[in-house]
Design a protein. Structure first.
Length: 505
């Protein structure tokens, strides 16, 4: 037990346990079945703000760098490169940032980090600390890697590979969902064992480990999809949460809680999928056609005929026409570079940059939009101060806000994220992010401005990201007096530094 008479001050060690997409409401609803998390929640729950509502994949770089999206410039594994006029995978030679634990290591603090999402191949001196990356991660920039190759080999010999595998978002039959559930349960238990082994091997002053199983499980095993059949085994997601709870307990058995501050946290939550992302591409094509003066219907004002359908994209057609199981087999057989090429062709194939004023980017739930701006994009066609820009923006706003599923408007807001997150890399972010009202994915939308649309939600995700991060704390919590836990994911950098007696700014 923590000594209540102990004076506030730096802790000897800090352990951070990340629950990737761990949903606070789901946990609260099942505390009776999650004994380790129940004990942590009894000590109080702290809200944790993040960019999750607008740029969900920016949350982990924000945590690790201590900067918002405008500082690190990362919002998705595959982003728009204005110089190349194409989407490309984020790499360290393009958008590198340094995690805060590197400076701790330079200041003489021993660090060990396991599966921190969206961090680059390690540059950490193995004499100062250990990084194990992408052994069992949902979101990553590279393959399995450690700055200690011998340790990486020892880990796989001892524990094997994580059974979760790659994420290929396609609809899965019930027997496959049951198998994926079992793999996630096994992976979470193994993550607890791996984390304990690495902690005991290295005894660091800062230890960070992240359970990614809740993220994958939340996408494919969410228990509520508005009454629609899903084939998800009953209680499947709770099984995964229980395995993570067990993994937390396995690690904490090795931690001296008298001398160690332990934080369990989630940078965003998960909930039922209420995205209309599958309509973003055809809506942008329709807006482009309407702005270019395509023939319009006399009653609706929407483009008619071939112009209404947008340009034919054979790669997108094949992605929609190929059966899910065949897509899965092809995806596993193809190198990442080939898969990325397919995504690029699906989104930008056939575009004439001299005529394209705005276009959609690949996203995860949200709708990411980019304008083809002169003096920013290499082949920019739109002057930011031209009257044409104002007219295009007005049509875009009016078109998206006019989209309805039945009588329900589906668009809540078009967020200007570069203004929300200023910084030296804000220019890498989308120009607008389409945020949705809580409406289940539709097959048909209607707009009095743009006409009718048909598209199918076909990525197999019945759960999707939502905001709502949190943290809970145990161990040497006396050192928190007068210094509350971080209220924002960017605050972990300075908070951990203070706890270990190092000024990280």
């Amino acid at each position: 037990m923590t000594d209540p008479t102990r004076q506030p001050g730096p802790a000897t060690r800090v352990v951070l346990i990340g629950l990737d997409a761990g949903d606070v409401d789901f946990i609260r609803g099942h505390l009776a079945e999650l004994p380790n998390l129940r004990g942590l929640f009894e000590g109080g729950v702290h809200s944790l703000a993040s960019p999750a509502e607008t740029l969900t994949s920016a949350v982990w770089p924000s945590f690790a760098s201590g900067e918002g999206p405008g500082g690190h410039g990362i919002y998705y594994p595959m982003q728009w490169d204005a110089g190349r006029m194409q989407m490309r995978r984020v790499t360290e030679d393009w958008l590198y940032y340094e995690p805060f634990w590197y400076e701790l290591a330079r200041q003489g603090k021993r660090v060990t980090v396991v599966d921190a999402p969206f961090t680059f191949p390690s540059r950490l001196d193995p004499q100062r600390g250990i990084e194990v990356l992408n052994w069992g991660s949902q979101e990553c920039f590279a393959d399995y890697h450690s700055n200690s190759p011998q340790l990486a080999r020892d880990l796989v010999r001892r524990f094997g590979k994580h059974p979760m595998g790659d994420d290929v978002p396609v609809p899965e039959p019930p027997h496959r969902l049951a198998k994926l559930r079992d793999d996630l349960v096994a992976g979470a238990r193994r993550k607890g064992e791996v984390s304990r082994w690495l902690y005991e091997q290295t005894l660091p002053e800062l230890f960070v480990t992240v359970f990614a199983e809740l993220h994958r499980g939340g996408h494919i095993l969410w228990p509520d999809f508005g009454g629609r059949p899903t084939g998800v085994p009953e209680g499947a997601l709770l099984d995964v949460y229980q395995a993570v709870d067990e993994g937390i307990g396995t690690l904490l058995e090795a931690v001296d809680l008298e001398r160690t501050l332990v934080g369990v946290f989630s940078v965003h939550g998960m909930g039922p999928n209420q995205t209309q992302e599958h309509f973003v591409l055809p809506v942008m094509e329709r807006i482009q056609s309407a702005f270019a003066g395509a023939p319009v219907d006399a009653n609706t004002g929407a483009p008619e005929g071939e112009a209404a359908a947008g340009s034919f994209n054979p790669m997108r057609f094949l992605r929609q026409a190929v059966p899910p199981r065949l897509q899965l087999a092809i995806a596993h057989a193809l190198p990442v570079g080939v898969r990325d090429w397919v995504v690029r062709r699906s989104f930008q194939g056939g575009l004439d940059w001299q005529e394209t004023l705005g276009f959609a980017l690949v996203a995860s739930g949200e709708g990411y939009l980019r304008f083809n701006v002169k003096n920013r994009e290499a082949e920019g066609a739109l002057g930011i101060h031209d009257p044409e820009f104002g007219r295009f923006l007005e049509l875009l706003e009016r078109g998206f806000h006019s989209l309805n599923a039945g009588e329900e408007p589906v668009v809540r807001e078009l967020a200007e994220v570069q203004s929300m997150y200023p910084g030296p890399r804000a220019r890498y972010l989308p120009d607008r992010v389409v945020l949705w009202n809580p409406v289940l994915p539709a097959d048909t939308l209607h707009s009095e401005v743009l006409g009718h649309f048909q598209a199918k939600h076909a990525n197999g995700r019945i759960g999707e990201h939502r905001s709502g991060g949190f943290s809970v704390w145990t161990g040497a919590t006396g050192c928190l007096e007068g210094d509350a836990p971080p209220a924002d994911v960017t605050g972990f950098r300075s908070f951990v530094g203070r706890r270990l007696g190092v000024d990280l700014g």
